[in-house]
Design a protein around this ligand. Sequence first.
Ligand code: PAF
Length: 281
Amino acid sequence: MVIFKGAAEVHSFLKKQTENNIKIGFIPTMGALHSGHISLLKNAKSDGMLTVCSIFLNPTQFNDKKDFEKYPISTDADIELLLNADCDVLFLPSVDEIYPEGTDKIKSFDFGYLDTILEGANRPGHFKGVGQVVGRLLEIVQPHNLYLGQKDYQQCMVINKLKEILHLDHLQLVICPTLREADGLAMSSRNRRLSDPQRTLAGLLYQCLISIQTKKNTGDFSIVKKECTDLLTAKGFSTEYIAIANADNLKLLDSYDDSVPMVALIAAKIGEIRLIDNILL
Ligand code: PAF
């Protein structure tokens, strides 16, 4: 695995690979890697890509300063994992490499409706930061395929919109399934911050999604939503949202509508730790 810290260096290395007809598969991450990230890498490998992973803890996408300060960092272990998974290139930039003119100067994008609901409504400025960093990383890496986890469903849609805004018609987004722990908890770097008792309860989010899914043909969504909210509250969670939406455009639905593809999405905090998850219905 070749490790680059400079944007210009990785850019010119990858440009040469593309000139030699090698296809680049890019996996952007913020580090604290887990099997979910490695599954993205494996997908890129099985698509025959030269695999490029980035580790960059992007300050502009954290609306909560504490969340940024406490975000787990484990660069040495991450490098080990990437080596074992046969990653070809690791891009490990500093803030200055990504934002040479400062974090205030970088252009931002308008994601419209997508930035007003769910994560957008609960984390103001978050998608602006995601758009900034992903836009910049795509400019540097210029991949053919971009591998993203379904766990961040709304982020995938925002990045798809970014692709449209930037006219990156050649870029293929590959959305890979969420990897889960035995109790259903979606793998996430933030899970490392859960205490043992919190970890025992964290699988409840997935159980809520499963019950929303199970009741889609017979149930009333508002009743299931209330049952889930009550259950989470009783166990000490504070629920930010439990929603169903059209899976193609994320338009929120008040009730089940089997004439459209549906996705159920959930966000809840346990202690200081915010967990999100989703399931296609
Ligand atoms: O999903 C993440 O880890 C981040 O939001 C991303 C896409 C790497 C941008 O910083």
